[in-house]
Write a protein that binds this ligand. Sequence first.
Ligand code: PBG
Length: 339
Amino acid sequence: MALQVEVTQPKVTRRLSARPRRSRRTPALRALVRETRLHPSMFIAPLFVRPGRGVREPIVSLPGVERLSPDEAAREAQRLARLGVGGVILFGLPDTKDAFGTEASASDGIVQVAIERIRDLGLPLVLVADTCLCEYTDHGHCGPLAADLSVDNDAALERLAETAVAQARAGADVVAPSAMMDGQVGAIRTALNDSGYDQTLVMAYASKAASSFYGPFREAADSAPAFGDRRGYQMDPANGREALREMALDVEEGADILLVKPALPSLDLVAAAHDRFELPVAAYQVSGEYAMIAAAGERGWVDRRAVLTESVTSIARAGADIVITYGAGELAGWLQEGS
Ligand code: PBG
């Protein structure tokens, strides 16, 4: 027996006044009511700089990202500026490593050399230097070690302050302390002011988790700890209220921008940072977040462009004014095309 389908006019629902789908009917309507719009000027692109000339070295776990010699970093900065990207953040692979991370603060240290190169081009790009020691210490931790092999917080503060001053002297507009040492923002602010760099901003990695999403970065920057892990200084990813305390301390110590990291796993913290504090909020879509999208994209399991765009849009929707992402150049290109 054939199934009898009775089509009735749904009189009650026809009287519905609230119909959210009305605003989704055409692309033009959807564009009109869109709450979150990405713009290239809100992106910061990470650059890994290494010694040499004319060197572009692919990073296996970060497809599309390369280690660059200073001349190539300058070319890349030029390309990103043409795309309208807001800024670059530099990480260094030094010639030599030692117990104190001496090259981090050397006037001819790799990041300082690259910043000077880029600065001399006079590009409309904000130059950010990541201020940490793990890429420069032979043990791979973010500060000098104490006798018990923990990181000596206050010895690290001195080294971080010296590093920030060297970066500012080279031309960094912004220094971004990422070592998660207590008091690092205050120590850096004081040192910058005392050295005549009162116009250099501090973007504080205020809430930085001891995250497993940093794996590809540590390969890229050769900065994996030689022993142990970073849980004695980076935050437990399980703690949200403690993250707010870290942010409040950084605000008190004079931070200009609050950074939350990683991004997608911490959207609650991005939203809280935006609600509670009046400072601009940045979020770092870290290496593991990017690598997962890149890998699934390569396999055809997700659409790389759509997923990168959606993830960065979600980070912005949560409250990030600034997004550090390995997809910065690509996203800016797509926005120029008018995606
Ligand atoms: C330096 C630093 C790290 C990242 C940014 N700054 C590595 C770490 O803390 O181990 C990670 C960025 C990324 O994964 O993309 N301390």
